[in-house]
Design a protein around this ligand. Structure first.
Ligand code: BGC
Length: 381
């Protein structure tokens, strides 16, 4: 608790550069955790000069799932910018949410001489064959944000604490409805993410660990009856799919004028679809809606009172951790790791670095998103 408070104070005082170091260096000596700024400026520190020596003539393949969702564009451009600043050549590709495209882009990266691959998988289970080729050629693979499953070719994993994301969403609903004290019952609906994305199960699990006891006791009622992961998943995390499912749920369960008190949404693209559906189809009190990513459209919805919270995952922090991992791998030193127990990809535990996700709402978005330089006022206007 004290540590979190200290982090917030530091954030307010010195911005996101310090914040990145503060949230993400549990087991790492300060000196081996360069700040985002150091990674960004390609810098004048002794450390980044060493990095440049490591990077000379080295190429990093960065495979991102899609340009359709805001965050992957940011992740891609942060990775490219920070890797280039460190002296690497970069092959950055986006795969249009199409697994076959992602596989052939990775093949091209291998054939094109990439020394390390950084991959945010569209479908965690579909890269085994192509990554076997990477392993044969001794090309290390870092799973970026999403764990790549059932292949022993993955060396490291860098992500945000995915379970914690879900826990924060569940706790938000619990506290906003005061579930421990209020009489209830309250109506809840649930929308989570793509079943092929390993993260989606963690987000769902983290939230349900908090909310399931209230469902079991009858304090929370899911009128649609759709509670299990498979029933509440959203293919491709698509806004349209989330909206269509919400249309059906509202028509079948809430056209009698009953209120929806909360709608657990695992991320912003699905939250946006649910909010769209509510705007068109629903006349009751506006529910609490959760989200994740602090996408611009959703922060605007937050400002307009149409989304209650989001989770801020500073993609600059994640990118700078992955650049550190790349540097360490290529210089033969130990990459930053702060978790060696949570993420088993089916072949064993993958050593991971988990960045800390941060709660965002109408009260702190200014400090978190604008003062830190993540967005400008104009972005959110
Ligand atoms: C990411 C989320 C994102 C979702 C949809 C997940 O793997 O962790 O931040 O909202 O994919 O792109």
């Amino acid at each position: 608790m004290k540590k979190k408070l200290l982090c917030l104070v530091l954030t307010a005082a010195v911005g996101m550069t310090m914040f990145a170091a503060c949230t993400s260096s549990e087991n790492i000596p300060e000196t081996s955790a360069p700040t985002t700024a150091a990674a960004n400026n390609g810098g004048d520190t002794g450390e980044s000069k060493d990095t440049e020596a490591v990077a000379v003539g080295k190429k990093v393949g960065v495979s991102m799932p899609t340009k359709d969702l805001q965050r992957w564009n940011q992740d891609g451009s942060n990775m490219e910018e920070q890797l280039k600043a460190a002296g690497y050549e970069v092959d950055l590709q986006f795969a249009s949410n199409d697994v076959a495209t992602q596989v052939s882009q990775i093949e091209a990266m291998i054939n094109g001489g990439c020394d390390v691959l950084v991959i945010a998988a569209i479908e965690g289970d579909s890269l085994g064959t192509v990554l076997a080729t990477a392993k044969e050629q001794n090309i290390p693979v870092i799973a970026y944000d999403r764990l790549i499953m059932n292949t022993d070719a993955v060396s490291y994993y860098a992500t945000f604490d995915n379970l914690m994301v879900g826990t924060k969403q569940g706790e938000y609903i619990r506290d906003a409805l005061d579930l421990d004290n209020a009489a209830g019952p309250f109506n809840l609906e649930i929308t989570t993410g793509d079943p092929g994305d390993n993260n989606a199960k963690y987000f769902y699990q983290g939230a349900m660990d908090v909310l399931q006891p209230y469902i079991d006791s009858g304090k929370l009622v899911v009128k649609s009856g759709q509670i299990e992961f498979d029933k509440v998943a959203t293919d491709a995390w698509s806004t349209e799919n989330a909206q269509n499912r919400a249309d059906t749920i509202i028509a079948a369960n809430y056209s009698d004028g009953s209120n929806i008190d909360a709608w657990l949404c695992s991320n912003d693209s699905t939250a946006y679809g649910v909010a769209n559906s509510l705007t068109v189809n629903y006349s009751g009190n506006w529910p609490i809606i959760t989200g994740q990513d602090c996408d611009i459209l959703n922060v605007k919805n937050m400002i307009d009172g149409k989304q209650s919270m989001s989770i801020f995952k500073d993609t600059r922090t994640l990118a700078s951790k992955v650049v550190e991992m790349v540097n360490a791998i290529l210089s033969g030193s130990e990459p930053p790791i702060n978790d060696t127990s949570s993420y088993d990809n089916g072949t064993g535990i993958i050593p991971s670095f988990l960045c800390e996700p941060v709660f965002a709402d109408i009260n702190n978005y200014q400090e978190l998103l604008i003062d830190s330089g993540y967005y400008t006022e104009a972005d959110l206007a």
